[in-house]
Design a protein around this ligand. Structure first.
Ligand SMILES: [Ca+2]
Ligand SMILES: [Ca+2]
Ligand SMILES: [Ca+2]
Length: 466
């Protein structure tokens, strides 16, 4: 079953206050002030002047908790900093953030809910010597298609509510949600023996990163893995990978007949890495490998799905998750292995005698054959007498035996008689062809040689001696 579509992705914009780049401290317009040349993307404030205060790490001796910038909740006024995000009711949202006091212990509240009807989720008090780290979850209530995620200043050391409450490294969003898309190139229908390239793209349509991302693809039934074909086409650590296990991020497991790719930022031979959501680079990662189509797949379909396992680490305990790709189906054209055999009843004859050839064409499968033709032109020195075929007919003018259809496992035979007209070695070949792909062309031809000796006359002195 294909993984169902992701719930609406929720992901804060500029949650770590890294944009725009500031020097020291700057008080800048919020994201509603679209005419301002330099403003803070993503964030809105209830302050009437629409100003937000960003700090560069180290300013006044305060280091950032995440990245190189952070925010002070109150710029010029007591206010609330927020983002409104479209949400799918019933979705579980995860949040985490860093909070710190400025002059002493500052207190702030996290409010989440419909705009105008937010509910306090947590009250946080932190001193000015270290960042406090907080995490939590929130289930979007029925009917709530827009959710406000808001920070409200409650109190600040020194009594000035327009100073205090540093914020950084905020995440508020949906769990990671990996979507796998699989294609086969070429699309088909293909022939037995053809190579197929499977290409699988993993994208994280969730909010949080997909951690420990491992993609596994069982080699589809009816195909054989083509050694040396593992490749990370784009994404972290792109390039060719070896079939061996333990030396790089991918391997072919011959015992289980599957390929395994450890993917994402920081992936190694030992395990999967982290794939951020599609709004963050890299926006996904693509791998490929190749197979050849087995003879047994003739006239059938090859079906293949890939699977990814990963973890949601947005809350304390990693939550294991799984995604399955779309089912990729490739049609395989029928194939028929025709086998020609030819023999002569006698391989030594005398001029004037009849040479009897027995020609057979067998269909070794895997599918029924159509339009089967055996070409068996009588060579110089043999004059056609008669032909008896179990199916179809033989045309001595062209040397073509039009067999017609030949079911899988069936054999058609032709008895071909010719008169030897001159002495010498006569070599004669039969070659079978059909409409279907022949997976083994080496057995389509058979040759027999017949020695024609000179006729003995009654006047021949040699003959009279015998
Ligand atoms: Ca930051
Ligand atoms: Ca390898
Ligand atoms: Ca053949």
């Amino acid at each position: 079953m294909t993984t169902p579509p992701a719930p609406l992705r929720v992901s804060l914009v500029n949650g770590s206050f890294e944009q725009p780049t500031v020097t020291g401290v700057e008080i800048l317009p919020d994201s509603s002030q679209t005419q301002a040349p330099k403003r803070v993307p993503g964030w809105l404030t209830t302050a009437s002047d629409h100003m937000i205060e960003l700090w560069q790490t180290g300013f006044n001796g305060v280091p950032s908790a995440d990245g190189v910038q952070f925010a002070e909740l109150n710029a010029n006024q007591v206010s609330t900093l927020y983002q409104d995000l479209p949400t799918t009711p019933g979705t579980k949202l995860y949040w985490r953030l860093y909070h710190r006091g400025r002059l002493g212990s500052d207190t702030m509240a996290l409010d989440i809910g419909a705009p105008g009807a937010t509910v306090e989720q947590r009250r946080m008090t932190d001193g000015n010597t270290a960042w406090g780290y907080y995490t939590g979850t929130y289930i979007v209530p029925a009917g709530q298609t827009l959710t406000r995620f808001a920070f409200r200043s409650v109190s600040a050391a020194g009594g000035n509510r327009s100073i205090g409450n540093f914020l950084d490294g905020i995440f508020f969003g949906t769990a990671p949600y990996v979507v796998l898309t699989k294609t086969a190139v070429p699309a088909g229908p293909l022939d037995v023996g053809d190579a197929v390239t499977y290409r699988i793209t993993a994208q994280n349509e969730g909010g949080g990163a997909a951690d420990n991302l491992v993609l596994t693809d069982a080699i589809p039934a009816g195909t054989t893995y083509l050694p040396g074909s593992l490749h990370i086409v784009d994404g972290p650590n792109a390039g060719a990978k070896t079939d061996a296990q333990g030396d790089d991020q991918a391997y072919y497991d011959a015992g289980a007949n599957k390929v395994v790719f450890n993917l994402g930022n920081g992936a190694t031979a030992a395990g999967g890495g982290s794939l951020p959501n599609t709004e963050t680079l890299p926006a996904g990662t693509t791998v490929e490998y190749r197979v050849t189509i087995d003879r047994a797949s003739g006239g059938k379909q090859i079906s293949n799905t890939a699977t990814a396992t990963y973890e949601n680490r947005l809350s304390g305990t990693p939550e294991p998750l799984t995604s399955t790709s779309n089912e990729q189906i490739t049609d395989v054209k029928p194939a028929a292995d025709l086998v020609a055999t030819k023999s002569a009843d006698a391989t030594t004859v005398t001029v004037g005698q009849t040479v009897t050839y027995r020609v057979a064409v067998h269909n070794a499968g895997p599918n029924d054959a159509t339009g089967v033709t055996v070409t068996d032109q009588l060579p110089d020195g043999l004059a056609f007498l008669s032909a008896d075929a179990t199916s179809g007919s033989y045309d001595p003018a062209t040397g073509t035996w039009a067999v017609g259809d030949l079911a899988e496992g069936a054999t058609a035979t032709l008895v071909l008689r010719a008169k030897a007209t001159k002495a010498g070695m006569v070599t004669n070949t039969a070659t079978a062809t059909g409409n279907e792909k022949d997976p083994d062309p080496t057995n389509n031809t058979d040759t027999v040689a017949v020695c024609v000796e000179p006729a003995r006359s009654c006047c021949d002195p040699c003959a009279t001696q015998m």
